[in-house]
Design a protein around this ligand. Sequence first.
Ligand code: BGC
Length: 810
Amino acid sequence: MNGRDGGAVDGFLLAYEGFDSEAEGLREALTSTGNGYLCTRGAAEWEGADDVHYPGTYAHGGYNRETTMIGGLPVLNEDLVNLPNWLVLKLRIEGEDAITLEDVELLDYRHEYDIRNATVLRHLRFRDRGGRETTLTSRRFVSMADQHHAGIEWTLVPENWSGHVEVISALDARVSNAGVARYQRLEGRHLNPISPRTFGPEVIALKAETRQSNLYISQATRTRVFRGGESLPAGRTLDQMEDYIQQVLAFDVRQGEATRVEKLVAFYTSRDPAVSDTLMRAARSAARHSDFSAAFDRHSAAWEELWRTCDGRVSGNEQVQLLLRLHTAHLLQVCSPYTADLDAGMPARGLNGEAYRGHVFWDEMYAFPFLNVRLPEVARGLLMYRYRRIGEARAAAREAGFRGAMFPWQSGSEGIEETQRVHLNPLSGRWEPDLSHNQRHVNAAIFFNIWNYFQATHDHAFLENYGAEMMLDIARFWASIAHFNPARERYEIHGVMGPDEFHEKYPGAQQGGLANNAYTNVMVAWLCDIAAKLPSLLSASSAEGLRARLSISGDELALWQDMSRRMFVPIHENGIISQFEGWVDLEELDWDVYRAKYDSIQRLDRILRAEGDDPDRYKIAKQADTVMLFYLFSDEELREIFERLGYGYRPDTAARNVEYYDQRTSHGSTLSFVTYAGVLAAIDPESSWDRFLVALGSDVDDIQGGTTKEGIHLGVMAGTLDLVQRHYAGAQIRDSVLYFDPRLPSGLGGLSFRVQFREAPILVTLNSDLLTLEVQPEGASHEIRAGIPGDVRELCPGDRAVFELSQDRA
Ligand code: BGC
């Protein structure tokens, strides 16, 4: 991978020279193109799914459930479905077989992702078996300006020959979910064919249906050929089956002359509004599609507008700049203004692959801080995805014997628990029980996200109509899963697990779950304080209505308040917070032995289990768990929470805990690098920077040995943006003030980015000495309060405020 600066694509280009079959899957995931509605992997148009290539298209909400019999037992999984392949475009020269990368001699090959325009490009020059040399340039985008449109443009130049070619343009529903090797034994067929159709001489279309969820998906395409700006008449023949349709365009090409092929596609599903028959809708839309260049210009203008809001500039490191932009683009490809209107959550692996089956976890917690202050309507849309599933969350709580709403650890179409109960350990080849659904902390994350969305936007309408209801029902759930221990005179929570997935239960225990996960208990103490005060933040009529609807009594509010003061937090020697109760009794692992024995010990759980050992026995963590607290809250906030609980909080509590857990964490989830980079920003800037660079490179460098090809890690990508904003720039909203408490690492000379705080657009510029806030004249008419700790100012539209940063902070 290299980023090429200079020229037209300054700091916005991910480029690969030469074809590498080993790396192709990774490149496909990283060069996926999407628009927040659908996303397609950066596979070459002419290649089908095999060990090297995997064309995959995924749309928000396109889920389907299938059952597989494993060991005689039914295993039910809901997957984000690989939708029909709309890419297919193949070249036949002089009647020979269609060109594939394997069959030709590549004289030149370049695969690029133009980050600015979310466009995938391939430039190849090849010699075929007949000795003909041809240049083929392909450009492809999924439109950010026309939600249902995408386009491919080919430019063909015969270098040393003239002759006859055929271009096959197809839509292919003969696809399955086969992108993740670990899932191979699980049912991968999700589509049933409905019908192919043609509409006039140019448009072909295909309709398919998901097998269980009965989602209709239709695609239609119009393919045309041009030379020298003129349309070139091409012979057209048609072949169709129930799940495949192709049009073959035949024409002559001349040595040294460029011929362009445009394949423009329309895509609809039965989840879309304003649609009767998806097939007709797609066909009409494809027929009306403008030409490639006009469609691309609109798309490009839409991205330009997004970059105006979302681009962050860093000085001092071009590679960092490039990767932050890459991460921004991928976040926007999955969570764009279109997403706001869909019933969509944020799948942990984006819409770029099939790992984790397109499920929605807690990873969105790393994306909200970025979205809240740039695209608040998108953040709101993601929260609405949760709200629409509150009924299932309530049922889940009830069925588990609790009250309130218990959102699932893994969420899909309906908001029921989608976490699988058995998981394949690729090291041992064994199916092992998976108890990770006990990560109830996702409910604290949802509460946290709603609260912080409200802090950033002051969107009272959302809070009163939806947010508060979720928050209150989440608090109610926590109050019911907690119990009061009279011996301690504190509230405890048993039977859950924290983010660290190495510990699902106590060693040797039959039952899953742990007692008093510190991260969970502190989050609960924090959220109970807010929940108890929440009705007072709403208008009197809303508060009254909500309390009546949810039957919230004064006693319940008092209970939450009591929990905010008396949650139990296990703390062992010298202020080290125990990850959970009983952690101190676990054995220390001899890390050096494992480091010496294995190339990577990130997934120590799999290693230990494959060796017949049990990760539950050891003081080891997959990822930041207790340390998450220091990532999410400032020291000041944590001091407040801990002091309210009657526990001490020392100036070195963060540093001591971070150091302690760092020595015992394998970072088996790359989210952990983001978290550690964040918490270390104020403690050990050098080390923070090192972790930041690891997180930043984790997908492009595929540091987990092959997982990125199964889908990008969107939480980590978003997390790197969050880290820059909340830890390096130190942006935080507290008591209606936008604070900056910058901790710029020496690797960063300066930063500048835009945020929107309570409707006021602000340009933030930061270097090691100065912070400048410029409130843009457009936008809000009201003043806002912003500044650095100890210097908060009231700023009106058009105001510019400069803050001198003390050297020890910067
Ligand atoms: C991590 C979780 C994360 C999930 C999806 C897991 O490996 O442990 O924290 O939510 O991946 O990204």
